[in-house]
Design a protein around this ligand. Structure first.
Ligand code: BGC
Length: 453
């Protein structure tokens, strides 16, 4: 054993080696960073961008001092460039600025596939039934909207892992993290199981811990997450609603906890950012960019916190030649305009975000009375299929986040979660509770699909 004085001499000579070492995936450098730049054995401090270096497992990565940035920081006014993908030898959880969807297959949610199979079996017209059944092969996200569902994630990850092994095709499991206390604070239809007044934050942290524990068991399966639909957007525009104002501190604390945990586990995460008809209004863009960038920085500016998800469970088109009249007054009349306006504002705030866009139910347009209508819109059809061929370097993938056929909210006015939006004239009725199967609506989505099924 070395003597204390010898140790002190060593400390003076080699300060870097005596600092606490940074754990795998921890931050080890970047502008303003004051912690340890030394990684634990088996991982290398790798520069991701000027603001963030990270301890990446494996010896292949070059040291921080010589590594080219894996994330190139685009100019404030331009679109992020798409650097080439990470070296082939890196594990799937090594973050890179490249599109996390590239080179991967999306694992098909067995939960949704079962819902769709059961629904198709109820359809008597054989042509429609066959079209309906084909929806089971279109990848959608799986929503973890209650803590009870979390163990299913382990089953899906194990399944994805075995598909990956047997086919050699790398799999992505797509999840929605959706269980905030006082959830859906500006509406009623999707109010959740936890309340702030009743231990909500601790319950939520437990939910996140359980989710992350499942994910960590399968480090070779890539997970992409949409984080908490509507929550942060509500903090941008709905603080006049008492429930949202009351939830602000808790939402931010929960988001910080969850985003750190998810990104530390290598989950590529997109925070929900509402849609063009919400945060896309010019007056909302800057406050939105400020909030999302702050949340990103507070969570450690992880490159796994990839960007934002838009139009989740909504009905807007990605790009239209002629704006729907209900969008009048908003120059960002579709998701592409919204994203192109938001991205530079985020960049200016230090968040080099890229996007995913839900197009699951956006096949038909010009259906709504008002842009704010969001509940079971009549005559909606399934939309563009998930693809990385998005036409924009800002958009990593078109995705289906809302599982089409699951309800947006009940039209039963005596339900505690009745939201009057679900009884408007452009809402399909009668409708069951949010998240439950809505057969008539599903059949409409199938018959109105565009492109057709
Ligand atoms: C519901 C959730 C459901 C999700 C996906 C939300 O509106 O509140 O319970 O999981 O939609 O269908």
């Amino acid at each position: 054993m070395k003597s204390t004085s010898a140790l002190l001499a060593l400390v003076a000579l080699l300060p870097a080696f005596t600092q606490a070492q940074t754990a795998q995936w921890g931050q080890c450098g970047g502008i303003g960073f004051t912690g340890s730049t030394t990684c634990v054995a088996g991982s290398v401090c790798t520069k991701q961008n000027d603001y963030y270096s990270q301890c990446i497992p494996g010896a292949q990565a070059p040291p921080a001092t010589t590594a080219p940035p894996a994330t190139s920081v685009p100019p404030a006014t331009g679109a992020p460039s798409k650097p080439s993908s990470a070296p082939g030898s890196t594990p799937t959880t090594v973050p890179s600025a490249s599109n996390p969807f590239n080179g991967f297959e999306i694992y098909l949610s067995p939960y949704y596939a079962a819902e769709v199979a059961a629904a198709a079996a109820k359809i008597t017209d054989p042509t429609l039934a066959a079209k309906a059944a084909s929806v089971a092969k279109i990848p959608t996200f799986t929503w973890f909207d209650t803590v009870d569902k979390v163990p299913q994630l382990g089953t899906y990850l194990a399944d994805a892992q075995s598909i990956q092994k047997s086919t050699g095709k790398k799999q992505i499991v797509q999840i929605v993290v959706y269980d905030l206390p006082d959830r859906d604070c500006a509406a009623k239809a999707s109010n959740g199981e936890f309340s702030i007044a009743n231990n909500g934050q601790a319950n939520y942290e437990d939910y996140i811990d359980k989710l992350v524990a499942q994910i960590k068991q399968f480090p070779d399966v890539r997970v992409v997450a949409v984080y908490e639909p509507d929550s942060l957007a509500n903090l941008v525009t709905n603080l006049n609603v008492a429930k949202c104002a009351n939830a602000k501190t808790t939402y931010l604390a929960c988001a910080n906890y969850a985003l750190k945990a998810l990104t530390a586990a290598g989950v590529y995460t997109y925070m929900d950012a509402g849609h063009a008809g919400w945060l896309g209004w010019p007056a909302n863009l800057t406050p939105a960019a400020q909030l999302f960038a702050q949340v990103y920085k507070d969570a450690g500016s992880s490159p796994f916190l990839k960007g934002l998800a838009t139009n989740v469970a909504n009905y807007n088109a990605l790009s239209v030649a002629t704006p729907d009249p209900i969008t009048q007054g908003d120059p960002n009349f579709d998701e592409l305009h919204y994203i192109q306006a938001l991205a530079p504002a985020l960049q200016q705030q230090g968040f080099p975000a890229t996007f995913i866009v839900d197009q699951g139910r956006s096949g038909q347009q010009n259906l709504r009375q008002q842009w704010g209508d969001w509940c079971n819109i009549k005559n909606a059809g399934f939309g563009t299929r998930p693809t990385t061929n998005t036409g924009s370097p800002l958009i990593d993938s078109i995705v289906w986040v809302k599982p089409g056929g699951e309800c947006d909210g009940t039209s039963n006015s005596s339900s505690p979660r009745f939201d009057s939006t679900c009884a408007l004239s452009d809402a399909h009725q009668p409708a069951p509770e949010a998240g439950t199967w809505f057969q008539a609506y599903f059949e409409n989505l199938v018959s109105k699909a565009n492109p057709p099924l």
